[in-house]
Design a protein around this ligand. Sequence first.
Ligand SMILES: [Zn+2]
Length: 52
Amino acid sequence: MKKECPSCAMMIENDAQVCPICKYEFPRRGYQNKLKWIAVLLALLFLLVILL
Ligand SMILES: [Zn+2]
């Protein structure tokens, strides 16, 4: 699997964190999703505390 670097448009390895050609750093996958889930869980906990 290869992916296209958004900075230099070269095809590089899919699991590369940094582009070997232009040193572009890829954002870590799943980080935003995890933050969203933590926010949802905290909101649910907050609701439980209010209801109890
Ligand atoms: Zn690049």
